[in-house]
Design a protein around this ligand. Sequence first.
Ligand SMILES: [Fe+2]
Length: 170
Amino acid sequence: MQLFTQLETPAVQREAPPKRLPVCERYLSSALNGAASEPSLERVVSCFRDIEPFLEWRWRSSYDNSASDNFLMSHANGMIVGPGGVEDRKDVWLGVTLMAPHVRYPDHDHPPEETYLVMSEGEFRQADNDWFEPGIGGSFFNVPGIRHAMRSGSKPLLALWALRADGQSH
Ligand SMILES: [Fe+2]
């Protein structure tokens, strides 16, 4: 996969200090514990726990009324590799989204194709199709430019996403 080939050339580490948002303090550890209960995610959860203290968690800068009213204070995005990421680079983005229960992420789209690895309960939507639930350890693929969104139910939502990017916001 080209993404892994690109990552063999490392970039510099971000200089800004790490930062957690309130939703991280409240929900991250329970979401990670839930993910760790799925054997196929044990290794990724372990690696994520190692790198999470270096993340600068952020709010998504733009959203519209497709998002739930509680969206802003109830979500956080962390960039592991990518612009502003622990490894600060433009060509490959590997990031994470955490949302509190009962939150809907805004519809969004971007030219690069995108792969999700889902680490919690929660539903996803592509274009006008029905919402679907990949389940803990499930993954799916967004073709370039497709509109997509996610929403949590009674549990927090945690998902990793990977893009080969052209500079669009996630
Ligand atoms: Fe996306």
